[in-house]
Design a protein around this ligand. Structure first.
Ligand code: ZN
Length: 241
């Protein structure tokens, strides 16, 4: 039994994620910001929706939530800390809460930094991480509401996940992240290999995500910063890049 994650390209460069529990057929959608393509993807997958998961309150992640709920009647799960500015939640969750999907279940990971109430969901059966705007392939989210220490601590939690974990993030940012990553770590062979892989994926018209946690640990400069000060310097440099 495991979770199968499929990206749904929406808006300019966002991804919603369709999750299916292979044991039961239970289906979830993550960050359904644009209802038309999301509803079409759910219908194409059989028209079943059991759960709506939200990583954070930004409109490019949640704007279509009510339309998708109205269409399928699925309950909405999001961060208790941001319940006041998320779409109406049926369940408000915090760190280490468990969210079932069919025979599988996700663990909630608090990952403040990009926003105060950002959460990620980790399905050990899969293994699948919904990383929202916390961790991108070869990058990480901008510090819009949190500070470098908070984001560094959030990424430390994600770094502890198994190598094979699929990192299902909220944006197709890999190519621009790659340019910055190569500028700070031009000799990292794992990074160069990942950049070549991503370029081939884009040339073939494919998404570059999900990547794996093993690949990100080896190639993503933000996961390789040894301490908060180094991370903060890296994040500041990326903001100006
Ligand atoms: Zn965001």
């Amino acid at each position: 039994m495991s979770i199968i994650a499929t990206s749904v390209a929406i808006l300019k460069d966002n991804y919603a994620w369709l999750l299916r529990d292979s044991a039961t057929g239970a289906t979830a959608i993550v960050d359904p910001a644009d209802p038309a393509p999301v509803i079409a993807a759910i219908e194409a997958a059989g028209g079943r929706l059991d759960l709506i998961l939200l990583t954070h309150h930004h409109a490019d992640h949640v704007a279509g939530t009510d339309a998708v709920r109205d269409r399928f009647g699925a309950p909405v799960v999001g961060a208790a800390a941001d319940a006041h500015r998320l779409p109406r939640l049926d369940r408000a969750v915090t760190e280490a809460d468990t969210v079932p999907l069919g025979a599988a279940s996700a663990r909630v990971i608090d990952t403040p930094g990009h926003t105060r109430g950002q959460i990620n969901f980790f399905f050990a059966d899969g293994a699948v991480l919904l990383s929202g705007d916390t961790l991108f392939s070869l990058g990480c989210g901008r510090l819009i509401e949190g500070n470098a220490a908070e984001m560094f601590a959030s990424l430390e939690k994600l770094k502890a996940l198994p190598d094979e974990t699929l990192v299902c993030c909220g944006h197709e940012y890999t190519e621009s992240n790659a340019r910055f990553a190569l500028s700070v770590a031009p000799d990292n062979a794992a990074l160069r290999a990942r950049v070549a892989e991503a370029a081939a994926q884009r040339a073939a018209g494919q998404p570059t995500v999900p990547s794996t946690m093993g690949s990100e640990r080896a190639a993503n400069p933000f996961l390789r910063a040894p301490d908060v000060a180094a991370f903060a310097a890296l994040r500041a440099a990326k903001d100006k890049f």
